[in-house]
Design a protein around this ligand. Structure first.
Ligand code: 2HG
Ligand code: ZN
Length: 454
């Protein structure tokens, strides 16, 4: 390995490996014999070729912000594993302000993508709270979402070209960034959401979107989730400027306010919810937003912000919920149990009731929030001991309501026992066959995305 990446980029001792061996929540992880930090696609290819020959398994890692144990070694592994950290592949090149595209190395953070876009008067279509650490490669691997999905779709829709390395070290993909091309297998589609099991992404050609001069953020207090759902329908119908619709249930609002040591800008009654709505356009969208909110039922209070610092001050009541949960988990001395489900939006209220009842039965404290336009709830259980019982109840309910067991965090190792709820045996067989065709020695992220080790 040292001959491939240089001795400074092979981390062998316990202390330097530790940060790469467990996820940031402290729930998942295992031992890596080495952490290697290649500098480019060529080195990634050589590392994979070596591991393939030596039958060493490989876990690709970006910013290590994953929540399902897919980017850290397995706790119970039947063979040696290395972590390939992609953070050195962080160049941003070939910005095309006419085609609205740039090329980013897999280790580029979401914030760097955003900054590069903003530097030329454009913006990134993806944004989420872990932007400063989460990387392009990880976002593609998990098909990450975030707050702007309501407008631009998930990561899958942003990748117009990709370069990746297969298990045997060969390089595949094309980065020309053609928005129309129909010549058979399409690597961006194949690799988005594949969680490091088919190939390791080394760079991507990504979409950019306009940077809007006028942004308005509103935090609403609503009397019920059903009223919030009805409002989302109206916002989508009537506002082309709609950029984000985030739901913060009272438990999450109270926790984040206590964490930030500030009173929430709006009061939310039990049974109600806070809703953070953002609109952005080249002309001021606030009048149109006001009109829709004014005609909605169930809005009891509104806080509105226009300039960047006021908007950030409102936005932190959504952006900082994960931090607030992590701080509480540290106080409790037990990692949070995180579920990331989606159901058709009309069923969000029903799923919430089931999730809350599951918390009560398990003696846990539920902190729910998420992305309402996609029916995507982040159900964080604090002080949960019987996590299997919670997952059985909530994931079965989500699937039964026509939803899914993971909306944007992925399956990793955390959700594999419940894959059968949303995928048939035929689906899983086909997935396994594709995987074995690309990676015959099963070195890429074994145990992830499959009910059983292959
Ligand atoms: C978010 O939307 C992330 O902020 C993290 O997906 C969610 O902490 C979580 O459960
Ligand atoms: Zn999210």
């Amino acid at each position: 390995m040292t001959a491939i990446v240089g001795p400074a980029h092979v981390l062998a001792d316990d202390d330097t490996r530790a940060a790469y061996e467990s996820d940031w929540t402290g729930r998942y992880g295992g031992r890596a014999v080495l952490v290697v930090r290649p500098a480019n696609t060529h080195e990634v290819g050589a590392v994979l070729g070596y591991c393939n020959d030596q039958n060493v398994s490989v876990v690709a890692q970006g910013g290590n912000t994953g929540l399902v144990g897919g980017g850290v070694p397995r706790a119970e592994a039947d063979r040696a594993s290395i972590v390939v950290s992609l953070t050195r592949l962080d160049s941003v090149t070939d910005i095309d302000t006419d085609a609205l595209q740039l090329t980013a190395g897999a280790g580029t953070t979401i914030a760097q993508w955003q900054a590069a876009a903003r530097g030329v008067g454009l913006d990134s279509p993806i944004d989420f709270a872990a932007r400063d650490s989460a990387t392009i490669g990880g976002a593609i691997a998990t098909n990450a979402g975030g707050s702007r999905v309501v407008r631009y779709g998930t990561m899958r829709q942003q990748v117009v070209g990709v370069e990746a390395v297969l298990a045997n070290g060969s390089v595949v993909g094309a980065s020309a960034g053609l928005s129309k091309e129909t010549v058979g297998l399409h690597w961006p589609s194949v690799l988005s959401g594949s969680e490091g099991t088919l190939a390791i992404v080394t760079s991507a050609r990504l979409r950019l979107v306009p940077r809007f001069e006028h942004v308005v953020t509103a935090l609403l207090s609503m009397t019920s989730v059903d009223d919030a759902v009805a409002l989302v329908g109206q916002l989508r119908h009537r506002l082309g400027s709609l950029d984000a619709v985030e739901i913060v249930l009272p438990e999450a609002l109270a926790l984040v306010a206590a964490h930030l040591r500030v009173a929430p800008p709006v009061e939310v009654t039990p049974g109600g919810t806070a809703l953070l709505v953002e609109c952005a356009d080249h002309t001021d969208p606030s009048g149109a937003l006001d009109e829709v909110i004014g005609q909605a039922s169930g809005v009891t209070a509104t806080a509105v912000a226009f300039d960047a610092s006021q908007r950030a001050s409102l936005g932190r009541f959504r952006d900082r919920v994960t931090d607030a949960i992590a701080a509480r988990a540290t106080e409790l001395g037990a990692p949070t149990y995180k579920l990331d489900v989606a159901v058709p939006m009309v069923a969000v209220g029903r799923l919430l009731a089931i999730a809350r009842a599951a918390a009560d039965r398990a003696g846990a404290h539920l902190i729910p929030f998420g992305h309402l336009a996609e029916g995507n709830l982040h159900l964080n259980y604090l002080a949960a001991t019987d996590t299997t019982q919670i997952a059985d109840t909530v994931l079965e309910a989500a699937a039964g309501l026509g939803g899914t067991i993971s909306a944007e965090h992925g399956i990793g190792v955390a959700k594999t026992p419940w894959l059968h709820l949303v995928r048939t045996p035929a689906d899983l067989d086909a997935q396994r066959a594709i995987r074995r065709a690309l990676d015959p020695n099963a070195i890429l992220n074994p145990g992830v995305l499959e009910p059983h080790l292959p």
